[in-house]
Ligand binder design. Structure first.
Ligand SMILES: Cc1cc2nc3c(=O)[nH]c(=O)nc-3n(C[C@H](O)[C@H](O)[C@H](O)COP(=O)(O)OP(=O)(O)OC[C@H]3O[C@@H](n4cnc5c(N)ncnc54)[C@H](O)[C@@H]3O)c2cc1C
Length: 338
């Protein structure tokens, strides 16, 4: 059993860390103070090709899998960017996997390259005031009117809606009492965020100030039927292709934040001298830090195990499945976006 990173994985980690080192603590402190979105980090990751790490090569991505994407996002968080950095690009990594898996060729050509290049910014809208984990209880409606749908209802906790020009949204197209299973009758759309038909209100919160969280009130927002991803009524099945890998990314990011905190704590323990010696020489300081390191190592092993099990499951699944997931490449060079 080999727990070490492959040369390619180590290269991903090193390159992302090098890029993120441009954005130091002073940068993040300023973003946290002002609440401004970290456009510069988003643009730098896009310019170097990282936003398409798990997107298909034929659409400008790197065609790598969840393990590599987790390593990338962990390196972003570990740089000290923490959730302010990771959440700024998080949706790019697996959010649009439903488009990769269920989108038509026309949709993939239209939707993926601008997101990979950083020209489009997307938000992801599932949660509602009365539907968090219980996704099938969502009430936002998408009513079909000829060649388009009309969206109405409320979403909450939607990240990046202040800066996004696109939205991936799950809505009910068939009422709950008319479906055979509650996972049916939901449809997924990736479309323009038309601010003339949606009121977007920032939610005040503590933490991750640079990445906005929002309430969204949809009032007859028209969505072309051509922007529906997958079959009508099958949106729940589609969105799981983004949501499930996203959990692994979040866990990898959390380990990255823990490492950033521990690294700072260990540095301080080495530098801070009390009674003539660094405080880190006292067991009362050193042992809890070592305990934190062990906990982080254990958590990281669990994250990587989840990623490898996911890869194994996808590799074994009957095709067609997302080519980005199973096509491993021996040597990684981030693709330059088109
Ligand atoms: C900062 C932030 C950013 C977010 N960004 C987005 C976004 O961009 N897009 C989006 O769609 N959503 C977003 N969310 C929403 C997030 O996905 C939801 O908070 C999450 O889905 C949980 O929903 P809830 O908070 O309503 O929890 P609830 O569904 O109310 O559940 C609360 C807790 O109850 C327990 N629980 C509930 N049911 C069960 C059960 N069956 N078994 C065991 N335990 C259970 C769990 O401990 C659970 O954590 C964001 C949230 C935050 C705080």
């Amino acid at each position: 059993m080999d727990f070490s990173l492959s040369p390619e994985q180590q290269q991903i980690r090193d390159e992302v860390r090098k890029l993120c080192a441009q954005f130091d603590d002073a940068y993040w402190l300023e973003k946290d103070r002002t609440g401004d979105f970290p456009h510069e980090l988003h643009a730098a990751l896009a310019a170097a090709g990282w936003l398409g790490i798990a997107m298909p090569e034929e659409h400008g991505g790197a065609g790598l899998g969840i393990t590599e994407a987790a390593l990338m996002m962990q390196a972003v968080a570990e740089s000290g960017a923490a959730m302010s950095g990771a959440s700024a690009v998080h949706i790019n990594i697996f959010g649009l996997q439903p488009v990769v898996v269920f989108g038509t060729e026309e949709q993939k050509r239209r939707m993926l390259p601008p997101l990979i290049a950083g020209k489009d910014k997307a938000c992801f809208a599932v949660t509602e005031p009365d539907a968090g984990l219980d996704t099938t209880a969502i009430k936002v409606r998408a009513d079909r009117r000829g060649d388009h749908y009309v969206l109405s209802g409320q979403k909450i906790w939607i990240s990046t809606a202040q800066v996004a020009n696109k939205i991936l949204i799950l809505a009910r197209t068939t009422p709950l009492d008319q479906v055979t299973r509650k996972t049916k009758g939901l449809s997924l759309f990736y479309t323009d965020l038309d601010r003339s038909h949606v009121a977007i209100r920032v939610i005040d919160k503590m933490g991750r100030h640079a990445v906005d969280s929002n309430e969204m009130f949809f009032d007859g927002m028209a969505v072309p039927a051509a922007d529906r991803i997958g079959a009508e009524g099958e949106g729940f099945r589609c969105i799981l292709h983004g949501m499930n890998p996203e959990r692994i990314l979040i866990a990898a990011e959390a380990v990255g934040i823990g490492r950033a905190a521990l690294q700072r704590a260990a540095s301080y323990a080495r530098e801070r001298v009390v009674f003539g010696r660094p405080i880190g020489q006292n067991q009362g300081i050193a042992h809890p830090l070592a305990q934190c390191w062990m906990n982080l190592e254990a958590a990281n092993l669990m994250v990587m195990k989840a990623a490898s099990l996911t890869m194994a499951r996808w590799n074994a699944a009957p095709k067609p499945m997302p080519p980005s997931i199973w096509q491993g490449r021996r040597h990684f060079t981030p693709a330059k976006p088109r």
